[in-house]
Design a protein around this ligand. Sequence first.
Ligand code: 6GU
Length: 223
Amino acid sequence: MRIDIITVQPGLLEGPFSHSILKRAQTKELLEVHTHNLRDYSNLKHKQVDDYQFGGGAGMVMMLEPIVNAIETLQAKVQYDEIIYLTPDGETLNQKMANQLSLKGNLLMLCGHYKGIDERIRTHFVTKEISIGDYVLSGGELAAAVLVDAIGRLIPGVLNDETSALLDSFQDNLLAPPVYTRPEEFRGWKVPDVLMSGDHKKIDNWRHDQALERTKARRPDLL
Ligand code: 6GU
């Protein structure tokens, strides 16, 4: 999978993809992430990418032309399955969307800033609009990083048995059960006996019960 990200703040996206699982995905050549500075696609004197909104009102709007220029330059090289606009008024990201997007070939992500982008970009280019939750970030970059992480770890071959996504919270609409590691006892706090029993059928049942209890208590909306 190839992911291209168009942004006015490329610096915000320098760190997140060069660590841990996403780094391995790229080393294994299962994922390629490229960021593009929108300013490089502005034909204006001062590399301007935003302007006052028609109709008046506070706040700048990202201009149409640099974005069209960036999208069409990239489209000349790459065939995209989705053009995603990260925006607080998009569809809220969940595990099902991440699963679906992880099966796509190439994605183009567009990070919003200021009051947003000229509506004509949304009408004529964007195929999917995604939010990462009901709160406002200063730009779409951190949301794009979250989205790339959620998708990238699901690309077939990225995770091994140890990091398998199959038992993640949300993967079957259940939260994950509690986990323990050494030591078996600390300050009198003991690991549940069942986990030390060696009876794998019993352990699986216990984990499923715990996952169900935890989901009922914390996220009954998932059931
Ligand atoms: Cl995608 N962008 C911004 N600016 N704020 C957000 C968001 C996106 N998702 C949640 N809040």
